[in-house]
Design a protein around this ligand. Structure first.
Ligand SMILES: Cc1cc2nc3c(=O)[nH]c(=O)nc-3n(C[C@H](O)[C@H](O)[C@H](O)COP(=O)(O)O)c2cc1C
Length: 114
């Protein structure tokens, strides 16, 4: 049985939002539930409560993930996500540091699935 996932994205031009919506659609097609929220909607640890899995997405600008996602990751570190399923995604043009250097290693070091 699939559980419930929270898909959190940030975006400047809309690409990463589209990816977030497609991921959520895939989860629903497979029988799970998924909520999609802009990172600006995650303001406190409690906003991350109540999900079995988490997907965080940021595009790459100037070799970095967007500031909103960095701030949200500090919240996520404090939230009790041990043992949950996690993943990351994001639109990028060429080097994709938000994923390669930041989000994916964060998943692994948090001992989520990779
Ligand atoms: C000013 C600017 C800087 C960018 N810097 C990078 C970069 O360092 N590495 C990269 O892979 N893509 C870079 N891109 C490409 C964006 O990541 C790409 O357009 C992405 O689709 C934007 O996602 P969004 O639509 O969710 O905002 C840059 C784009 C712009 C306009």
């Amino acid at each position: 049985m699939m559980g419930k996932a929270l898909v959190v994205y940030c975006t400047r031009a809309g690409g990463t939002k589209k990816i977030a919506e497609l991921i959520a659609e895939g989860i629903r097609i497979e029988g799970g539930e998924a909520d999609v929220v802009n990172v600006t909607g995650v303001k406190k640890e409690a906003d991350l409560d109540g999900y079995d899995g988490y997907l965080f997405g940021s595009p790459t600008y100037h070799g970095e993930m967007m500031q909103g996602m960095k701030t949200m990751l500090f919240l996520a570190e404090k939230a009790n996500l041990e043992g949950k399923v996690g993943g990351s995604f994001g639109a990028f043009g060429w080097s994709g540091e938000a994923l390669v250097a930041y989000l994916t290693p964060w998943n692994i070091s948090s001992r989520w699935i990779s």
